[in-house]
Design a binder for this molecule. Structure first.
Ligand SMILES: [Zn+2]
Length: 56
């Protein structure tokens, strides 16, 4: 079992069962749901900025 952090909301996502993934610049990101994935796809840089604080 492997856990990734949803970069949008900060939730832990189990990568083996994750259905919402998105590859950006060679890295695969995992999301708790479709909503977070779509938000990330719209503006990846916003969520990857070190100053961004994940929140629900
Ligand atoms: Zn999420």
């Amino acid at each position: 079992m492997s856990i990734a952090i949803d970069p949008v909301c900060g939730m832990e996502v189990e990568t083996t069962i994750a259905q919402n993934t998105f590859e950006y610049e060679g890295t695969v990101y995992y999301f708790c749901g479709k909503g977070c994935r779509l938000e990330f796809e719209e503006d990846p840089q916003h969520y990857l900025d070190p100053g961004y604080e994940p929140s629900m």
